[in-house]
Unconditional design. Structure first.
Length: 501
């Protein structure tokens, strides 16, 4: 079973003169000598170094206190999530799965071997609690694939203790700086080994021009960002981290919306089939998720009901309904992420990013082309809002406002994509659409909550239970929806008045 932890560390160049005195660092009461460890690590990657190009490392290491397999995923400069699995001859399936969105159908091979002699010191406070581990690493690197180069160097590594304050590393760095020690130019040992052995650095994926110039540049910058988000969020979804599924689902929606909104920039004959696959992925990500969110809403509402008004096993029935939605949904989702269909979609997105199907308008002025597309989306929102509010309260109005919400979301994503080109007007529209989306989202959540309460009430009635509390919750949801509908015209008037496009 793999374990995950957040690793916060910094690396420094060393002239092999050893570790400067760190007893003067604020908060450090003692520097404890923890001896020397001999580490032997083999790093694995594809032949074209897909993991390294994404700053992901996968290694098999013996020696030290954490021997085993380690997969490190970048979070921010100097911050990585490390997933550790016990030492074994073959790569554990769980770590292979976490690297799959990068590796795809590629084969992992040993690329670098690092043998490190590590002198370890612990920085502790007055209570003896660990603040950080500091080590002087004497490293020998051997290229195992793509050449037979060798390199060696010495570096200082400072790793923050679990749960420590990152600001403490600034204090250590200040002390090291006074001793002439400077931050390393390489983000990791692997990066330095690849650079200093025959074969050079991994090639980064094609990302387009550094500064978008044309309308097509701006649209593709947004497309590539969403493609990257899907790939990077894959491990988070597999690890079941908070908001991982939601964030990946949003990235798929942003891509689909971009293909539709900017159909004059990107050829829809190419993007429509991709959008269909993204819709499939979003649907799979939503299995169980929508019911989970709705259950949280209903359980929170029930918690606000006075005990005297709760008649029957309402809480248990809601909880069992929520668990039924979760049952099996996770294993199904993991199966989707391991499927050939999903991996083929990632390959297709890579191909699109590398060779986009640009149309004539893609070469046009971004302020003109993008603004026209965004205005077109906004006009659709306006039509749907006005049509929906013209309907009497009930099913047709609910449906109309739901469609308006979906178009508001699409317009919001269009404004996001256009913001680098259009500046403040796009930012203003983005904020307005987010506000409208939240307002109409509350209305749609109420619609779905009432449908669920009707179903649960019918089941409770058939079981001979009281349905009083379900009716009470239903009435509260009706009031919420009515409040949204009453405030929608004024909110929409404010939005149209503030819209600069």
């Amino acid at each position: 079973m793999a374990d995950a932890k957040r690793e916060i560390e910094r690396k420094y160049e060393s002239d092999d003169s050893g570790l400067p005195d760190l007893t003067g660092v604020a908060g450090v009461a003692n520097v404890v000598d923890k001896g020397t460890a001999e580490l032997d690590a083999t790093y694995h990657d594809t032949s074209d170094l897909r993991l390294a190009s994404a700053r992901v490392t996968l290694r098999h290491r013996s020696g030290g206190s954490d021997a085993g397999w380690h997969l490190k995923l970048p979070v921010a400069p100097g911050v990585r999530d490390e997933i550790h699995a016990p030492l074994s001859d073959t790569l554990p399936d769980e770590l292979a799965a976490l690297a799959r969105s990068r590796v795809r159908e590629g084969r992992l091979v040993p690329v670098i071997r690092l043998r490190t002699t590590r002198d370890i010191r612990h920085l502790v406070d007055t209570d003896g609690a660990l603040l950080a581990e500091v080590s002087v690493d004497r490293v020998r690197a051997d290229r195992l694939f793509g050449g037979k180069g060798r390199a060696q160097w010495t570096e200082i590594e400072v790793e923050l203790a679990d749960g420590g304050d990152p600001a403490f590393l600034d204090k250590v760095e200040k002390r090291l700086g006074k001793a002439g020690v400077r931050p390393s130019k390489s983000a990791s040992k692997l990066a330095r080994a690849l650079a200093e052995t025959k074969g050079g650095r991994p090639r980064p994926p094609k990302t387009g021009p550094a500064s978008p110039v044309t309308a097509g540049d701006h649209v593709m910058a947004y497309v590539r960002a969403q493609r990257d988000a899907i790939v990077e969020l894959d491990p988070a979804v597999r690890l079941d981290t908070e908001e991982g599924v939601h964030d990946m689902r949003v990235a798929t929606r942003r891509l689909r919306s971009t293909f539709r909104t900017f159909g004059k920039v990107l050829d829809r004959q190419v993007t429509d089939p991709i959008a269909d696959e993204l819709k499939w992925l979003a649907g799979e990500l939503g299995v169980g998720r929508d019911q989970e969110v709705l259950a949280e809403r209903l359980l929170a509402d029930l918690a606000d009901v006075p005990p005297a008004l709760i008649d029957g096993p309402v809480h248990d029935r809601l909880r069992h309904w929520a668990e039924a939605g979760e049952r099996g949904s996770r294993s199904r989702l993991l199966g989707v992420l391991d499927s050939k269909r999903y991996l083929a979609l990632l390959d297709t997105l890579d191909a699109l990013a590398a060779d986009p199907p640009l149309l004539k308008a893609a070469a046009g002025d971004p302020e003109e082309v993008l603004a026209k597309a965004v205005r077109r989306d906004f006009a659709k929102v306006a039509d749907l809002i006005e049509t929906g509010m013209a309907e009497p309260p009930g099913h047709d109005r609910d449906l109309g406002l739901h469609e308006a919400r979906k178009k508001a979301k699409r317009t919001r994503y269009a404004a996001e994509a256009a913001r680098p080109a259009l500046g403040r007007p796009a930012k203003t529209l983005l904020t307005s659409m987010k506000t409208l989306q939240t307002l109409l989202g509350e209305h749609q959540d109420s619609v779905m909550a009432r449908e669920t309460l009707r179903e649960l009430s019918a089941v409770a009635h058939a079981a001979g239970e009281s349905t009083f509390t379900y009716g009470l919750l239903y009435g509260r949801e009706e009031q919420r929806a009515a409040a949204v509908e009453a405030g929608a015209p004024q909110a929409w008037e404010s939005i149209t008045a503030a819209t600069p496009l």
